[in-house]
Write a protein that binds this ligand. Structure first.
Ligand code: OGA
Ligand code: NI
Length: 306
């Protein structure tokens, strides 16, 4: 676990116990949503990052000279469960899927706590995962006539602690490893897991969140479901004090504490730009005094990031 989180920030989980037919039915359910007529999808549009259900498109939207090619549907599934009411059945399947994936994520976070030399329940208790935010993000990447001119999702890291992703067998995810983009493909019925910004903060930078992006192709439509697991919205996330003292002496906290909710607003108020949001909570950036001041004005593109 230490090596997976430290060297890659990314790993695959098999034998996780979530039934195969649940994985295929949730992918089908999301396809059903994306196939709805535009005006029906509009009912679930949402605007603000804290709206519980949001959907939209960035197909054909040109942001800083690149074309993005993706539709999305995001909804909060924990601590309060929300879901679009269409298509029929999506709500029931997504409730079951969310609960099962949450169990897997909590199990992984226990192992991750231990791999940091902390008690297994450390992250669970410190970040109040009983009330933890869990966000369901479905992505649709239609076939793109000129994939070399477009991108599904630009390079970003995920907020939260851990993201568990599945997709419909069509590749497109790339992660950055030692400065190079690496194609990622999963075994059927596995979860692709990546570490998020809040694990980087909690671990005082031992486990860096991984930069990743989604490419598009001209042959087949790709659907992915990323499930983001974060602290409770009102948890203030800062480096675990236990990690700041060791036999070698004291280690300075590399990040300042910030409420998860404030971080979400801050991230969405910035243009999506790699891991720039994390820079805002780095201790060294305190002098610029930009911490904790989400900008609610301006030209916010809240559609891009989860
Ligand atoms: C995301 C994400 C990658 C993919 O939704 O945050 O990184 O493969 N998705 O769709
Ligand atoms: Ni992501």
């Amino acid at each position: 676990m230490t090596r997976a989180c430290q060297d890659w920030g990314f790993f695959m989980v098999i034998n996780h116990g979530v039934p195969e037919n649940l994985l295929s039915s949730i992918l089908d359910g999301c396809k059903g949503f994306f196939d709805l007529p535009e005006e029906e999808k509009q009912e679930f549009k949402g605007n603000h990052v804290l709206d519980p259900i949001r959907s939209g498109t960035s197909c054909n939207v040109s942001v800083e000279k690149a074309f993005y090619w993706r539709d999305f549907l995001k909804f909060f599934v924990h601590p309060v469960f929300y879901s679009p009411t269409k298509p029929a059945g999506l709500s029931e399947i997504s409730l079951e899927y969310s609960q099962r994936v949450r169990e897997v994520a909590r199990g992984l976070l226990k192992g991750i706590s231990e791999s940091l030399g902390l008690e297994g329940s450390y992250i669970d208790k410190a970040l109040n995962l009983e009330q933890g935010k869990q966000i369901f993000v479905a992505n649709l990447y239609p076939t793109c006539p000129q994939p070399e001119l477009a991108m599904g999702l630009p390079p970003h890291s995920d907020h939260g602690l851990l993201t568990l992703l599945i997709y419909n067998g069509i590749g497109g995810l790339q992660i950055q490893h030692e400065g190079k983009w690496v194609n990622v493909c999963a075994l059927p019925n596995s979860f692709l897991v990546n570490t998020g910004d809040h694990l980087e903060i909690l671990s005082n930078g031992r486990y860096k969140s991984v930069l990743h992006r989604a490419m598009v192709n001209s042959k087949a439509t790709r659907i992915s479901i990323a499930m983001i697991h974060g602290p409770s919205l009102d948890s203030v996330v800062s480096p675990a004090t236990e990690l700041l003292v060791s036999s070698k002496g004291n280690e300075p906290a590399a990040y300042v504490g910030m409420k998860y909710k404030d971080y979400l607003e801050l991230q969405q108020s910035n243009k999506l730009d790699g891991k720039s949001c994390l820079d805002r909570v780095r201790s060294s950036s305190l002098a610029t005094a930009s911490v904790c001041v989400p900008n609610h004005e301006g030209n916010n593109d809240t559609s891009m990031i989860s």
